[in-house]
Design a protein. Structure first.
Length: 202
């Protein structure tokens, strides 16, 4: 529901995983005498080649190569790309649930903050003993605000019953606010739902 670049994330994870697998395979292969000998000779030749390249690209009047400047610029570019990638994670959150600036006898506009719906639903869901935890958030979905309700029912609680009751809460909220908001209901389970005991009310 949010705008996280999932395809790009999967591609980067796949490339990173392949890189780690290759590094692990190389480390295992280096434990054999034949590969270790080849690696030592190759590393020595590569070191000589790199040294020659650095000497041939020295700056006028300096001892350092201009390739180090290029490497530093590439590192800065990599840092910028990483910051941009992190900033694109989880985008799409909205702080406004509804906005109305239609013509009325009194000039002005009406804005309903997303926290109103989120806190109202959280308060209603927190009173339920058949749920381990719940979370409500607001996202932009098809250029309009939408609610995402994530609940974790206890073991043995029917998911369809939970979905119907959460839908009833959302319908009541829509009636109270006077707006109809798209809602995504996510029902999840896990170790916490299996091992958490139900609270007793005396």
């Amino acid at each position: 529901m949010n705008q996280t670049p999932r395809t790009l994330n999967r591609i980067l994870l796949a490339l990173f995983g392949l890189l780690l697998m290759a590094a692990g395979a190389l480390a295992m292969a280096l434990s054999t005498p034949a590969v270790a000998t080849w690696w030592q000779s190759t590393a020595a030749r590569a070191g000589g080649t790199i040294g020659g390249v650095l000497e041939s690209t020295t700056l006028p009047g300096q001892r350092d190569s201009w390739l180090w400047i290029v490497a530093a610029l590439l590192l800065v570019l990599l840092i910028i790309l990483m910051v941009a990638w992190v900033a694109n994670q989880g985008k799409g959150r909205s702080g406004t649930l509804a906005y109305d600036d239609s013509d009325t006898p009194v000039p002005g506009s009406v804005t309903i903050n997303a926290a109103v719906a989120e806190q109202a639903l959280k308060a209603a869901l927190s009173e339920r003993v058949d749920l381990v935890n719940s979370a409500v958030s607001t996202y932009e979905f098809r250029n309009r605000p939408a609610l995402k309700v994530r609940v974790s029912p206890r073991q043995g609680v029917a998911p369809d019953v939970v979905a119907d009751e959460v839908s009833a809460l959302v319908t009541a909220l829509d009636a109270a606010l006077g707006v109809q908001t798209p809602v995504l209901i996510s029902i999840s389970g896990g170790a916490r739902t299996r091992f958490t005991r139900a609270e007793r009310v005396r």
